[in-house]
Ligand binder design. Structure first.
Ligand code: ZN
Length: 695
């Protein structure tokens, strides 16, 4: 690993998001009746939302050479710009959840963390065999099959003279893990190092020559349809003669982990090495593991020391710790008789469900002729989100570097929130760039509602306790019911680049505890401090305060992959530790080492304080959801329409509710487009999964 930083500290920056600590050790849960013990009140708030920075709620997309251009969402009836109630609700619930120490309702329970890792010296070929009483792991011997499409020079060596050569195309007729019979040939040595025994011949059936039994291992094939590669070997894994199963329990978690990995390899959204139209990697593995049938064999790699399983010797591995382990006592509520505050007020639906007592209408701007400015935005992309320090701490100490989720004492950092960024036009793509570089597939042009515009909406509440009522008022206003307050929400698209800062206030409240309505307006409305928050020390309020980042550059770090420089191996760690810590009020914000994000020429770039690191693009953290699929028939090639209803945690997959029933999910690196309408094409089933693409 090499890191390099230059000395000029002219540029300082703040990472666009930070985390609010979570008390992982407890969640106070009560029955719904206990939550509602006091007198129950109903009514509604008339609310106003003022945009503090421009706002994007992308709706209809038109394309300009792959560059998306989006209009602002409008109410179909009166054509007024609007913010969906569901978006507001999501933001408000998150804040309420945070301050009330509630469960992590959005946590992807069951989700697994993976990373790409080298098995290194410890990697051994193995065979996972489903026996009567479960999956067993056997050590295997590896034999090399020569893949020779274009007369590779190396294969002229004597040890290959008698060996069978096979083209990639021929190999395609075999399946991953298929049982084959073979005859071993010579040892292939390079620089006196034994690489492996070459296969002299092999066939599907046993014959006079091919007597040894093994299983075909076909590794990663990063290719399109016309198979040409620099990869010269595939393998046959043979169970070691006379060996019994290794003394290790293969758990359900291990199997689920392998399935997750197989799925990820075949998702070109995640696996950038897998090109469109390329063959399935590790074909059928997921299905074999799901079928769970006695006699099934899956060739794989494992680590000798801790039996971590992987499909490749340098491949994706699953951490042993899952989201469940991390979320621990903050797991989402499931039962009516044990509810946290947020679930009691906003509802939940798990094993049992409970309705929401709060309903939030769409927020509408009161200007029917409004047409916002179309702005080409910066890319949203963040660097290397797998950087564990951003998501985890160890033994509560943010200054210790963490290399694995499985390390002892590792905790997730908390709830993620974005800093405000009120710098003028911080969100805009560099204007001096030529059009072609400015408008790409990775960014978008969007119609924005400018700052200082007012949206109106209502928040209805039904039979809530006095406490809940006070808390709801606090959550809506962040404890400050003035329209020019510094405590603001972040709403809509483009949070990391400075869009969507907005202030919500209650302008009127109508309460029906007794008849008739009791109405209060503006100054008569009191917002207390029901959560007992110390405004000057609270982490959440520090992030939600627009003053916290005033005059600072809010940006992702600029990390370039140069692979040069060894001067300072701890530089990167230092960078993270300086930026991890969120302290009450601005003390820490000055720190951080930066680069000018506008620097385009190399000289200018190197004059700023940057890190050059050799982090690999593949080293990304992903969480995959166990998929809930509705049974609906689709026709291959046909196009369906639906509404985006959500995204997975990593923001890579959009879920769409189809208007004709059923759901589709497809890769989409643009997120936070809830309720936007999309058209998707059904590509058919692959490995038991419905494949879709956006059209
Ligand atoms: Zn809950």
């Amino acid at each position: 690993m090499g890191y390099k930083n230059t000395e000029d500290s002219k540029y300082k920056f703040i990472n666009p998001y930070n985390f609010v600590s979570v008390n992982w050790n407890k969640t106070n849960r009560k029955t719904i009746e206990d939550h509602l013990q006091q007198d129950r009140i109903s009514g509604f708030f008339d609310c106003e939302l003022k945009t503090v920075t421009p706002l994007a709620i992308p709706y209809e997309r038109t394309d300009e050479n792959g560059h998306g251009v989006y209009s602002f969402l409008r109410n179909p009836k009166d054509n007024m710009p609007m913010i969906p109630g569901s978006s507001l609700r999501g933001c408000i619930r998150t804040v309420y959840e945070t301050v009330s120490d509630s469960c992590l309702v959005t946590a992807d329970v069951g989700g697994q963390f993976t990373k790409r890792a080298s098995m290194g010296e410890a990697g051994k070929p193995g065979l996972l065999i489903r026996e009567k009483n479960g999956w067993k792991l056997y050590e295997a011997e590896r034999f090399l099959i020569i893949i020779d499409d274009k007369g590779y020079r190396e294969f002229r060596r004597p040890e290959f003279s008698a060996a069978k050569r096979i083209t990639r195309k021929e190999l395609e007729t075999y399946e991953y893990g298929q049982k084959v019979y073979f005859c071993r040939g010579n040892m292939y040595k390079k620089n006196n190092y034994e690489i492996g025994t070459v296969v002299k011949s092999f066939s599907r059936d046993k014959n006079v020559e091919n007597k040894e039994e093994g299983y075909l291992y076909i590794g990663e094939v990063p290719l399109a349809k016309d198979i040409k590669t620099n990869k010269h070997f595939e393998s046959i894994f043979k169970r070691k003669e006379g060996d019994t199963a290794l003394n290790v329990e293969i758990t359900k978690k291990d199997i689920e982990g392998l399935k997750t990995i197989a799925r990820m390899y075949n998702d070109s959204g995640i696996n950038r090495n897998k090109m469109e139209g390329a063959r399935e990697w590790y074909k059928g593995v997921e299905e074999k593991l799901s079928r769970d049938e006695e006699g099934t064999v899956v060739p794989l790699w494992f680590k000798r020391d801790d039996y971590t399983l992987s499909l490749a010797s340098i491949g994706r591995i699953v951490y042993k710790k899952t989201m469940d382990d991390f979320v621990d006592k903050k797991r989402p509520c499931k039962k009516r008789n044990s509810l946290c505050k947020a679930c009691a007020l906003f509802g939940m639906s798990k094993d049992e469900s409970i309705g929401s007592r709060v309903r939030i209408t769409d927020a509408k701007m009161q200007d029917p002729g409004y047409k916002g400015e179309e702005v080409t935005l910066k890319e949203l992309g963040s660097p290397r989100t797998s950087y564990i320090p951003f998501y985890a701490t160890i033994n509560g100490n943010p200054y210790t570097f963490i290399s694995s989720y499985d390390e002892k004492g590792v905790r997730l950092r908390g709830r993620k929130f974005y800093w405000h960024n009120t710098q003028e036009r911080a969100y805009e793509a560099e204007r001096s760039l030529p059009e072609k570089e400015r408008k790409t597939e990775r960014n978008a042009t969007m119609e924005l509602v400018e700052k200082n515009k007012i949206f109106k909406f209502k928040v209805y509440f039904d039979e809530i306790s006095r406490t809940q009522y006070e808390e709801l008022k606090w959550a809506l206003t962040l404890g400050d019911n003035r329209i020019d307050s510094n405590l603001c929400y972040k709403i809509g698209h483009g949070k990391p680049i400075g869009l969507g800062s907005a202030k919500i206030v209650i302008v009127k409240e109508s309460i029906r505890s007794l008849n008739p309505y009791e109405i209060k307006k503006n100054d008569e409305i009191q917002v207390g401090n029901p959560f007992g928050i110390d405004k000057d020390k609270d982490e959440l309020l520090t992030i939600l305060d627009v003053r916290s980042t005033e005059g600072k550059l809010v940006s992702y770090p600029f990390i370039v992959n140069k692979g040069e420089g060894k001067e300072n191996d701890t530089a990167s760690h230092k960078w993270f530790s300086d930026n991890w810590d969120i302290r009450p009020r601005k003390e820490k914000l000055e720190q951080g080492l930066l680069f000018p994000d506008k620097a385009k020429d190399k000289d200018n770039l190197l004059n700023a304080k940057i890190f050059i690191s050799d982090v690999q693009a593949n080293d990304r953290r992903e969480i995959l959801k166990s998929q809930n699929r509705e049974k609906t028939e689709y026709n291959k090639g046909e196009i369906y329409e639906g509404e985006v209803i959500g995204y997975n945690n990593s923001g890579k997959f959009a879920q769409v509710r189809l208007s004709g029933g059923g759901r589709a999910s497809f890769y989409d690196d643009k997120h936070e487009w809830d309720r936007c309408k999309v058209r998707v094409k059904y590509l058919g089933k692959k490995d038991n999964y419905d494949k879709w693409e956006r059209v």
